[in-house]
Design a protein around this ligand. Sequence first.
Ligand code: FES
Length: 174
Amino acid sequence: MLFSRLRHEGRKRIEDRQELRGATVDRDRVDQIIAKHHGEASSLIQVLLDIQSEHHWLPAEVLERVSEKLEVPFTRIQHIATFYKAFSLVPKGRHEIHICMGTACHVRGAARVLDRVQDLTGIRPGETDLDLKFSLETVNCLGCCALGPVMEINGKTHGKMVPAGTADVLKSYE
Ligand code: FES
């Protein structure tokens, strides 16, 4: 009972946020993406990746539409969407910030960079701001340790970061 009420309230909050920020997913666009992959069930993961890439998350209504059009059971799609880290079932910002907290970045001041980004965006790792502009995550290594501290935004690497430089970098993402 309690779990059900919490789930309902959580879903309601997400729906309110979507409505407020105009973040609802364009159903026609979802259909276009499915059509691009010829509506084939074998393209399921690619379809989900394309939708995730454009909308930054996969709402339940979208998974239902994909299930219907590709004739793949909803539970299977849900399983895939929760299994792979590339997919998100909650709203994400247009810009995904990853700050490396691995050893090489840590010893060069990654924690101070993270603090500054938290101050500027108002969010902590694992969170998304209310404007759905930024999502923030920490990671253990981005594979370019010589450039540490490293901050990656939408897959673009920003190396040798210092706290004072983060505002300018974030400003370049609208
Ligand atoms: S430890 Fe940060 S990129 Fe490797």
